[in-house]
Design a protein around this ligand. Structure first.
Ligand code: OGA
Ligand code: MN
Length: 300
């Protein structure tokens, strides 16, 4: 396995490994070690099928179940352990513009980290490219939250050290002007607390745990907390912290949600873009188990 850095701060391209076959425990440990350092790994030309993608992903922990299971009357196109990052319906036909099922695709264009709206959020995400927009566009950008944290001045680092944010998928959807939630989704995904500054267990580095899903900071009026989050978001997504991935069919990109954010970029909505994600769950919540403050819940 060889790694070539893709950016001065993070992200590396891995060669000389075939992810479609069983891996040895040494190979898995090498990939985990590389993730601790690079936070985003790119493997070109792998062309994994869905079962191979799931097998590769499961080396790193349990897989999340797709959120689509909360939606009534919806038949997913893919296995329940896979997130459909495409603009296709269950028969593989392009969805009409304005179809509610495209909402997820638009929400993915906001800077975020996967599943921070779950009490136990995502550890790694693994995204495989099948079909890419024929007229270009549709890059995925990643931002290094460790470097963004390191560059904050000491007074800011001290001020935000113990902040706890409230994350909800409703916050990111509301940013897109979407408030019409399916009852099943509302019940299945209540707001959750997440620390703002996380220490990564693999690297020992601190990072900002930010996402479009974060809507308030506990113990603070909502607008005050939201302004702090917006300022941090602006800081953390400056071009110097960002690697932009230009997809090729067969690419596998793996990222660490604990210390990066990402977002998809525009492509012609009439072009098919078919990417498929597996998501490795973390094991413990970032905030020890407790009841969430009801005033915060209402404010979200
Ligand atoms: C994701 C995601 C962005 C993209 O798969 O989690 O946010 O570019 N994808 O599709
Ligand atoms: Mn995502």
């Amino acid at each position: 396995m060889k790694i070539k850095p893709l950016h001065p701060l993070f992200s590396g391209e891995v060669t000389d490994v075939d992810l479609s076959v069983e891996l040895t425990s040494e190979q898995v440990a090498d990939i985990r070690g590389a993730m601790d350092k690079y936070a985003v790994l790119v493997f070109r030309g792998q062309s994994l099928d869905d079962a191979e993608q799931r097998r590769f992903s499961e080396y790193f922990g349990p897989l999340e179940l797709s959120r689509k299971r909360f939606r009534k009357g919806y038949t997913p196109r893919l296995h329940l352990n896979m997130s459909d990052i495409s603009n296709l319906d269950q028969d593989g036909k392009p969805l009409e513009r304005g179809d509610g099922r495209l909402l997820g695709a638009y929400a993915n264009r906001l800077w975020h980290t996967d599943s921070s709206f779950k009490k136990i959020p995502a550890r790694y995400s693994i995204l495989v490219a099948h079909v890419l927009p024929k007229n270009g566009g549709g890059n995925t950008e990643f931002a290094d939250m460790r470097a963004a944290y390191d560059d904050l001045d000491e007074a800011t680092q001290a001020r935000i050290a113990d902040y706890i944010c409230t994350h909800s998928i409703m916050n990111s959807r509301a940013k897109l002007g979407f408030t019409d939630f399916d009852e099943g989704e509302q019940k299945g995904l209540p707001p959750v607390p997440q620390v703002l500054v996380r220490t990564h267990p693999g690297s020992g580095r601190k990072g900002l745990y930010l996402a479009s899903h974060a809507g308030s900071i506990e113990g603070m009026p909502v607008p005050e907390g939201r302004m702090i989050l917006m300022d941090l978001m602006e800081h953390a997504t400056q071009p110097k912290y960002v690697y932009s991935h230009e997809w090729q069919p067969g690419d596998v990109v793996m990222w660490d949600n604990r210390c990066t954010m990402h977002r998809g970029r525009w492509h012609d909505p009439d072009d098919i873009r078919d990417l498929r994600r597996t998501t490795v769950s973390d094991e413990i919540p970032t905030v020890p188990d407790r009841e969430i403050d009801e005033t915060v819940r209402e404010a979200v």
